[in-house]
Ligand binder design. Structure first.
Ligand code: NAD
Ligand code: UFG
Length: 335
């Protein structure tokens, strides 16, 4: 299939481009580089040993999207483009709603104009809010505690409404748990701007000496060791699930909603220990107060992904840490 990858220069998008090209699909990457650069795509070209069609543009720019849909026969869209920093979304809600919600609406309108109605959306486990129990199945109640999460929920609802209005749409909502790790080559990976908000990039920057110590946000949760528990999933496993979603999309009736996690929860302290073993480096840490808005435990029930996509995660935390470390140590300043 010929697939438009919005946000394809970003962390998850670039890994997915590798996976799709290695499995015989063709792609057009569409990105405004607001949180990336075309260097990631140059490196993907080296991995797959072929050149990649790259179209610079913003998903909110309908005219630019029309040019791209006119120039390339797009059969499906995987929509990664979006802003993703929770704290920033609280400070700049309008920017987040404009980019994530307005941008998705613009993209869907242009797809409709061109009769392209196969759509894979990057949603998030954040749409489960504070889950009443774990593991989380896809039918759990939905809620959001910040504008970023709200933007994901809105787009999910827009997509459900769209499929009700027109049976021809085939939509897959992928709810990611916590993506970490990097491609085996160590040439592409996560490259956050400034001080990382997320655990894994903070740990790897501490291991490489860029940060003095990690703050462990909370040691008094009702979890195995008091620190927060999450479902970390290797980004290459996640990328592979997008390939499986594309393989299945012709059989989707309306909207399929799928958790992408491993089903295993690891604590912050367990992740620090695993990273120290994988890297051979010390990761100094100090306990700090709980971070506002954090929940104690979050991990997926991954059964439906196996049933529907025939997909399950195969890489464990050792491999996640080894691959994250290879990327970090080979690229201490990122791209
Ligand atoms: P990323 O920031 O690395 O990639 C997003 C890409 O989208 C970037 O290349 C950015 O330049 C581009 N982009 C942003 N706004 C755009 C716009 N208006 N027009 C065109 N391009 C635009 O983030 P990522 O980690 O690869 O995340 C990809 C998607 O997955 C996002 O929608 C994110 O919300 C979602 N997601 C990420 C996580 C995570 O922890 N990384 C978890 C759940 C869901
Ligand atoms: N943590 C620390 N110290 C840090 C950073 C994080 O102790 O410096 C802890 C957090 O308190 C939490 C765990 O590490 O217990 C994971 O935190 P992350 O910020 O890495 O991830 P979250 O689970 O909070 O959220 C991430 C994304 C969200 C997404 C969610 C589910 O940031 O956008 O996963 O996919 F919605």
């Amino acid at each position: 299939m010929n697939i438009l990858i919005t946000g394809g220069a970003g962390y998850i998008g670039s890994h997915t481009v590798v996976e799709l090209l290695e499995n015989g699909h063709s792609v057009v990457v569409y990105d405004n580089y607001s949180n990336s650069s075309n260097e990631s795509i140059k490196r993907v070209e080296k991995i797959v040993n072929t050149s990649i069609l790259l179209e610079e543009g913003d998903i909110r720019n309908r005219d630019r999207l029309r040019e791209v849909f006119t120039a390339h026969k797009i059969e499906a869209v995987i929509h990664f483009a979006g802003l993703k920093a929770v704290g920033e979304s609280v400070e700049q809600p309008l920017r987040y709603y404009d980019n994530n919600v307005g941008g998705s609406v613009a993209l869907l309108e242009v797809m409709e104009e061109f009769g392209c109605k196969k759509f894979v959306f990057s949603s998030s486990a954040t749409v489960y809010g504070d889950p009443h129990t774990v593991p989380i199945t896809e039918d759990f109640p939905l809620s959001a505690t910040n504008p970023y999460g709200q933007s994901k929920l809105f787009v999910e609802e827009i997509l459900r409404d769209l499929s009700t209005s027109d049976d021809a749409w085939q939509i897959i909502l992928l709810r990611y748990f916590n993506p970490v790790g990097a491609h085996k080559s160590g040439t592409i990976g996560e490259d956050p701007n400034g001080i990382p908000n997320n655990l894994m990039p903070f740990i790897s920057q501490t291991a490489v000496g860029k940060r003095e110590y990690l703050s462990v946000f909370g040691d008094d949760y009702d979890t195995k060791d008091g620190s927060g528990v999450r479902d970390y999933i290797h980004v290459v496993d996640l990328a592979n699930a997008h390939f499986k979603a594309i393989e299945k999309i012709n059989s989707v009736e309306k909207v399929a909603t799928i958790n992408l996690g491993t089903g295993n929860g690891y604590s912050v302290i367990e992740m620090v220990k695993a990273f120290e073993e994988a890297s051979g480096k010390k990761v100094p840490y100090k306990t700090a107060p709980r971070r506002a808005g954090d929940i104690a435990e979050c991990y997926a029930d991954p059964k439906y992904a196996k049933e529907f996509l025939g997909w399950e995660a195969t890489r464990g935390i050792k491999e996640m840490c080894e691959d994250a470390w290879r990327w970090q140590s080979q690229n201490p300043q990122g791209y």
